[in-house]
Ligand binder design. Structure first.
Ligand SMILES: C[S@@+](CC[C@H](N)C(=O)[O-])C[C@H]1O[C@@H](n2cnc3c(N)ncnc32)[C@H](O)[C@@H]1O
Length: 543
């Protein structure tokens, strides 16, 4: 078998050891923005299936699905995906089919991922599936697990989950300790597989990509093309530099980012953004992302707590905002938000989802999409919860209906409630605050569902300057937001604006997404069509 080092060397890469970070991926040649640094197929992956949503196990498509007649758990979009997965699924299918029907629901994506990991290792050991330098279990064995750092509660949870895997597999060679450790590995190494618009589709293990360390100011980005993981440079990366991606949502204060990294990945980040903690520009950035706005509507200054603890002082014009006023509006926002049905109040997929790349995103907004991730005890996705969730969600819905008059709101009413929240937050938070973007993203989503294109465009227009400020130049979120804006403008007949927005989208997304995927081809085609229409409109006006 070819050595991983040789494969990486051919790509201009090498693995180096870093005293604080462990393994790190370094370049042995220069990379430019948009260059593919590395790509990898998953060692194993599982779609984010739930009671409400199913995807093909092969390609994650959500249409034309048929359930596997053997296990009644796994779905395929057609025979080619079924054949592709068959060697592994044949073993999994046998195990799942033996489960009682109601127990099959306890086979969450995390449990399936682990079952597949065990079976793939077995098939490669038995030489039924070939191994390559980038596709073999020894790459999983060397992933960091942080077993010594995780707390007792978490260990117990992983042990319970490993027992469930063992109970499902019913094989004599199952090593429960190894499986428990693998759950811990997945928590800091697996990745959320997203589509081109960053909607989560599933979870996968990509052991070579997992060598890449985190930075809050990364020089590369991880995007998925189908289920292949592709890492592209988003900045020039000179020969000898470390390749970094982000594991978390970077539009957050240093304290918030550091907390998320410590909790999920067990390290203190010392990236160029984090080492500025406590310095003037870090304080300003944090106060903008998570702080309040000036009482003077025309002022965009950021606020800091005053030394007498009476409230918050605008650093631009010196006006004080009292604690009482801030508290009053916050309480109002919370009271309204708490009454929204859960699904409606969950954060926008676009915003939430993106980042991570790594599985752990149980984080603030990501919303996420979490159900699919490897459970940690901190997040109520424990095994017991998984087992009772179906029943309890029905009860919860019934109780919520009785207690919560907002639960039966239709889309229009939910939109009105969100507009109320947005107005209050506009008065409370800095115009570039993360909370405000989340609410506006939710409004865009709801307004698009309601086909209110003009209003959706209005809120989209409010988010773009914020994305441009809070994210690096080549980041998918501003690119995708320009795309949404361009589509809405075109739909509304604002063709010249659409051309501008779509070309801004292409300028960003060709770096982060490349130009060869169906998604990018469609975007580029839309831009050409919009340009042709704009030229036609101009010529008809001039006639
Ligand atoms: C996906 S792995 C990255 C590869 C890892 N360095 C290794 O040796 O396999 C994630 C783990 O790497 C370490 N890590 C990643 N980024 C880091 C950083 N910026 N500083 C310190 N440790 C980091 C942490 O231990 C984290 O849990």
């Amino acid at each position: 078998m070819e050595d991983l080092g040789n494969v990486l060397a051919e790509r201009g890469l090498t693995v180096a050891n870093h005293p604080q970070k462990g393994r790190s991926l370094r370049t042995t040649k220069d990379f430019n923005p948009g260059d593919v640094i590395l790509s990898q197929e998953p060692y194993v992956c599982a779609p984010k299936n739930s009671n409400a949503e199913w995807r093909c196990d092969g390609c994650f498509a959500s249409t034309n699905l048929k359930k596997c007649s053997g296990c009644q758990v796994v779905w395929y979009c057609g025979s080619s995906c079924q054949k592709l997965e068959w060697k592994l699924h044949r073993l999994e299918c046998g195990a799942l089919a033996k489960l009682e029907k109601d127990k099959r629901k306890s086979v969450t994506p995390s449990i399936r991922l682990m079952i597949k990991l065990f079976l793939r290792k077995k098939l490669q050991t038995d030489k039924i599936i070939p191994t390559t330098a980038t596709d073999n279990y020894s790459l999983v064995e060397v992933l960091v697990s942080h077993m010594k750092e995780i707390d007792e509660k978490q260990l117990v949870l992983y042990a319970q989950m490993a027992n469930l895997v063992s109970w499902i597999l019913q094989l004599s060679d199952v090593n429960i300790k190894e499986i428990a450790e693998n759950f811990s590995k997945l928590a800091c190494n697996a990745h959320t597989i997203c589509d081109s618009e960053l909607r989560p589709l599933g979870t996968g293990v990509y052991p070579v990509i997992s060598i890449i360390n985190h930075s809050c100011l990364p020089n590369a980005i991880l995007i998925f093309e189908g289920r292949s993981a592709v890492v592209r440079a988003i900045q020039p990366i000179p020969k000898g530099d470390e390749v970094t991606i982000t594991y978390i949502e970077t539009a957050a204060s240093t304290v918030t980012r550091q907390k998320a990294l410590k909790e999920q990945y067990f390290f203190v980040c010392t990236c160029p953004r984090c080492i500025k903690v406590g310095q003037r520009d870090d304080i300003e950035e944090s106060a903008i992302l998570e702080g309040y706005r000036c009482r003077d509507e025309r002022c965009n200054g950021f606020l800091l707590r005053d030394s007498d603890d009476k409230g918050f002082i605008c650093q631009q014009c010196g006006i004080l905002r009292s604690k009482e006023e801030v508290k009053k509006i916050s309480t109002e926002v919370k009271a309204i938000s708490d009454k929204l049905p859960k699904s409606a109040s969950s954060v926008s997929i676009l915003f939430s989802l993106f980042l991570m790349t790594n599985v752990s995103q149980f984080s603030p907004f990501y919303l996420s999409s979490n159900s699919n991730h490897i459970p940690t005890a901190k997040h109520k996705d424990s095994l017991s919860v998984v087992l009772v969730q179906l029943y309890s969600s029905r009860l919860l819905h019934r109780d919520q209906k009785r207690l919560n008059p907002y639960l039966n709101l239709d889309n229009q009413e939910i939109i009105s409630v969100y507009k109320m929240i947005e107005r209050l937050q506009r008065n409370l938070f800095h115009p570039f605050s993360v909370s405000l973007i989340q609410t506006r993203e939710q409004l865009i989503k709801l307004l698009m569902e309601a086909e209110d294109w003009r209003e959706a465009l209005y809120y989209c227009g409010l988010t773009i300057p914020v994305y441009l400020k809070v994210y690096p130049k080549f980041h998918p979120l501003p690119g995708l937001q320009y795309y949404t804006s361009g589509k809405l403008e075109w739909l509304l007949g604002d063709t010249n604006d659409a051309v501008q927005s779509l070309s801004n989208a292409v300028d960003i997304l060709r770096i982060t997404h490349g130009t060869n995927t169906p998604f990018m081809k469609e975007l580029i085609m839309k831009l050409e069509e919009a340009r042709a229409e704009a030229a036609y409109n101009l010529s008809s006006t001039n006639e």
